[in-house]
Structures are given as structure tokens and as C-alpha cells.
Design a protein around this ligand. Structure first.
Ligand SMILES: Nc1ccn([C@@H]2O[C@H](COP(=O)(O)OP(=O)(O)OP(=O)(O)O)[C@@H](O)[C@H]2O)c(=O)n1
Ligand SMILES: C[C@](O)(CO)[C@H](O)COP(=O)(O)O
Length: 229
């Protein structure tokens, strides 16, 4: 099954503190945004890419796409104040009403095998998200005091990509927008409709480039991938 990927890239990178959109920072001389785009450019099952960007960054990004031979971007739309708004803007520009995959442009290390499993699961069941098992002991804390230890067996750390049948995501985004509900991922919007969202086990190296430490980790992951891992 072919899919379209929606890539929100209109953030500010405040936690990275680089004074610019963190997606323009380079890992091995290639911008993070291009590392992410290359995954989908090279995936024969990806038919198109829709990007949400800041208006003032659009020309720069268009030049970047040409320089790095990225050909699958079919629409570039203006992002919104929050990530969710940027994803919704992408969805409205999607030429494809089959399976859509939402992926943070800030996660450059996603593996094709995980993407394909997500697409297949979403095709069969409607919605699927990438996730890894929680590794640490997890506790609920209020005012600095532990309230309880949460059973780790049932806890997963949620990532992107998140894959959906178009009609389901469209309904979830539309209703969230109408209700002014803001979620931190798309699964939350679908969950509030009472629909099931399936987990696809991902890898711990699908990290989101969020703070400076992640850049060091990113270089290590790139080296690991270069050695065929
Ligand atoms: N209004 C926004 C906010 C975020 N994003 C995108 O959503 C992804 C995940 O967001 P996050 O890691 O939070 O990025 P930033 O918002 O850039 O970072 P910060 O929260 O530290 O400012 C990134 O690819 C980012 O560009 C977006 O398109 N529009
Ligand atoms: C969507 C996400 O990447 C899943 O882990 C995450 O929720 C984005 O959150 P952020 O607050 O924008 O970092």
C-alpha cells in the first residue's frame, strides 16, 4: 500500500536554543530536515510528501529541496502556532485520501520497516502509532511527592510516525479544531473519538532532535546506521 507523509516542519526549536529552526542544523554536513526527507524520498511506497513550514522560511526550504534533489514534495503549506495546527494544515493540502502518515520532521532516524508496518496496520485497522516500551521505573508524582509506582508493563513511549486512514484523521482533526482541543500527538485526537489506535513497536534510536544533547546522540546513530545497523 502506498502512502502520503505529512511532515510538520514549522517549529521554532526553542528547547534546542540554536536561535534558528533546529531542522536547519546539520548532522554530518546535512540539515536534519533533509535527513528526514531522504527517508521518504528513498521509500518506493511513499508517493508524496506534504510539508508545513513557516512563511518566512518557505523560500529557503524550497532552495534546500532543489539542492538536495528532493522530488516528492507535492505541497508546501503554512504551519500554525502549534504542531497540531501545522499537521492539520498539511492534511488539508494532502492530494491523497488513502493512508496518511504524520511524522515529525525532527525525527530523522525512522526505519522503513517500521513505516511499512504502520501503513499496513493502519490499512487494516484505521490507526497505528510507533512506540517503544518504557525502560525506566515510572512513578506518578504530585508536588514533588511520589503518589504511586505505575506498572511499567503497560507503559509505552509514543513516537511518530503515526499512520491513519485519511477519513479518520480528517474527522479527528476537524472535531479537535471545533472543540479547541489541543493534543500533543494525533493519536490523542483519534482516541477522543473512541476509536482504537494500535501500537507498532519502533526503535529507541527514532529520537526527536529536541535539545542539544540529541545532536550528539544523532551523530552516534548516523555512524551506527552507516555501519549497516
Ligand atoms: N507550530 C509548530 C510546532 C512544531 N512543528 C513541528 O513539529 C515537530 C515536533 O515538534 P517539536 O520537536 O516540539 O519542535 P519545535 O516546536 O521546533 O521545538 P520546541 O517545542 O522546542 O520549540 C517538529 O518537526 C516541528 O518543526 C510545527 O510544524 N509547527
Ligand atoms: C508527537 C510526538 O513526537 C510524540 O512523541 C510528541 O508528542 C511531540 O511533542 P512535542 O511537545 O511537540 O515535543
Amino acid at each position: 500500500m502506498m502512502y502520503t507523509v505529512l511532515l510538520p516542519a514549522a517549529g521554532s526549536g526553542k528547547r534546542m536554543g540554536a536561535g534558528q529552526n533546529k531542522l536547519f542544523l546539520e548532522l554530518r554536513q546535512i540539515p536534519i530536515l533533509i535527513h528526514t526527507l531522504r527517508v521518504f524520498e528513498q521509500d518506493s511506497k511513499c508517493k508524496s510528501i506534504v510539508l508545513a513550514v513557516k512563511k518566512e522560511e518557505q523560500t529557503f526550504i524550497e532552495q534546500m529541496l532543489i539542492k538536495h534533489h528532493i522530488t516528492k514534495v507535492v505541497a508546501i503549506t503554512e504551519g500554525g502556532a502549534e504542531r497540531q495546527h501545522s499537521v492539520y494544515a498539511c492534511l488539508k493540502s494532502s492530494p491523497d485520501q488513502g493512508i496518511v502518515l504524520v511524522h515529525d520532521a525532527a525525527r530523522p532516524f525512522i526505519k522503513q520497516v517500521v513505516i511499512h508496518q504502520l501503513v499496513q496496520t493502519a490499512e487494516e485497522s484505521g490507526a497505528a502509532v510507533a512506540a517503544v516500551r518504557a525502560k525506566d521505573t515510572m512513578k506518578k508524582v504530585e508536588n514533588g511527592i511520589i503518589q504511586e509506582t505505575v506498572d511499567r508493563e503497560s507503559l509505552w513511549v509514543i513516537q511518530t510516525p503515526q499512520a491513519f486512514q485519511y477519513a479518520l484523521l480528517e474527522k479527528a482533526e476537524r472535531l479537535a479544531d471545533k472543540d479547541c482541543f489541543l493534543g500533543t500527538d494525533e493519536a490523542m485526537l483519534v482516541e477522543r473519538l473512541g476509536e482504537q489506535v494500535h501500537i507498532v513497536e519502533s526503535t529507541y534510536d527514532n529520537v526527536k532532535m529536541t535539545t542539544k544533547e540529541d545532536l550528539l546522540l544523532g551523530e552516534v546513530i548516523l555512524n551506527k546506521h552507516k555501519q549497516g545497523d
